[in-house]
Design a binder for this molecule. Structure first.
Ligand code: DHB
Length: 314
């Protein structure tokens, strides 16, 4: 099942996507869909501050250890019908996290998915890769990925996307995860989530830029563009080789139209914008889309479809 997003550019789950007001701003922008902050079973305040350094030195990116602050899925279930009135797909990002009720992660995903489908969401984006919780992300364990996908794909009929961590230098794990996905009806893979376990230091104060988790957090923005392109490309090639109808949505490092074009050439059919949206707000979708269309025209193409996956070997 496909999620149709036009223009093929949305926000990435996370920045400015927690409250109804923020989501309405995305709805009113040129973004082709509305993606929520990852919602969990219980509402969460998130990690202690400071937990976000939006601008690292030389604007190389952002570093965060937010800890999934969100209103809890029951609150989002109330917003979704209102957001749908804007006439673009509402994509609910969902995640599991420790909670007083001690419901196992698979059950958390299943219960949230059922409620959110009932609320009218157009698609689910399973965030399996939050870098800032105590446990190793589900995305790093093929058996756990299988268990979540097994439960959720049987529970709901709406399209399901899966948000994954970068597997950069662990090719065996990449292969195992990619193979696992082939066994399920998945609409898309969104890659990459923030690069985990990164650190930066404020030289003025000689302190780490974020406090939780001993200062280690997730990196996004221009610094991760080549990592994201590699992940997009190898998933694209893997799915082609196995004739799987799973789309790849490119996330990571897009601050200019040319960066988005690189994602499309690598194999992305939709792109998501995280750090730039954090920095500049909802006008970025219009700005990027205009630049993407200009690039296509100037280079003799009439649609994005003509360039998806068309990168040439050197
Ligand atoms: C958080 C979750 C993510 O998936 C991510 O990439 C970055 C931060 C969080 O809320 O901690």
């Amino acid at each position: 099942m496909k999620v149709t997003v036009y223009p093929p550019i949305t926000n990435a789950s996370g920045p400015h996507s927690v409250t109804y007001e923020e989501l309405e701003r995305i709805a009113r922008s040129a973004a082709g869909a509305i993606v929520t902050k990852s919602m969990t079973h219980c509402p969460r305040q998130g990690n202690p501050e400071p937990r976000l350094r939006s601008h690292l030195d030389n604007e190389i990116g952002s570093l965060n250890s937010m800890g999934l602050p969100n209103l809890g899925y029951q609150e989002y279930a109330k917003f979704i019908p209102k957001l749908k009135d804007f006439g673009k797909p509402v994509i609910a990002s969902i995640a599991s996290a420790p909670c007083a009720h001690k419901l196992p992660p698979v059950e958390q995903y299943r219960e949230i998915a059922l409620a959110i489908e009932k609320a009218g969401a157009d698609a689910l984006e399973l965030n399996l890769s939050c870098p800032n919780l105590e446990d190793v992300p589900i995305s790093m364990d093929p058996q756990s990925v299988r268990a979540v996908l097994h439960a959720v794909t049987r529970a709901v009929k709406i399209p399901i996307g899966v948000k994954l961590s970068p597997y950069n230098n662990v090719p065996k794990l990449f292969e195992e995860i990619a193979r696992t996905l082939l066994d399920f009806e998945i609409a898309y893979v969104a890659t990459i989530n923030s690069e985990p376990l990164t650190l930066d230091i404020d030289l003025q104060t000689r302190t780490k830029v974020v406090r939780p988790n001993e200062g280690f957090g997730g990196l996004g923005g221009p610094a991760v563009l080549p990592i994201a392109l590699a992940e997009v490309h190898r998933f694209y090639k893997f799915f082609q080789k196995h004739k799987a109808r799973i789309a790849v949505w490119g996330v990571g490092g897009i601050t200019k139209p040319e960066d988005a074009i690189k994602h499309f050439l690598a194999g992305a059919s939709v792109v998501q914008i995280g750090t730039l949206f954090l920095w500049e707000g909802p006008h970025v979708f219009e700005k990027l889309w205009t630049g993407i269309q200009r690039w296509l025209t100037e280079n003799g193409f009439s649609s994005i479809e003509e360039i998806i996956g068309q990168v040439r070997e050197a």
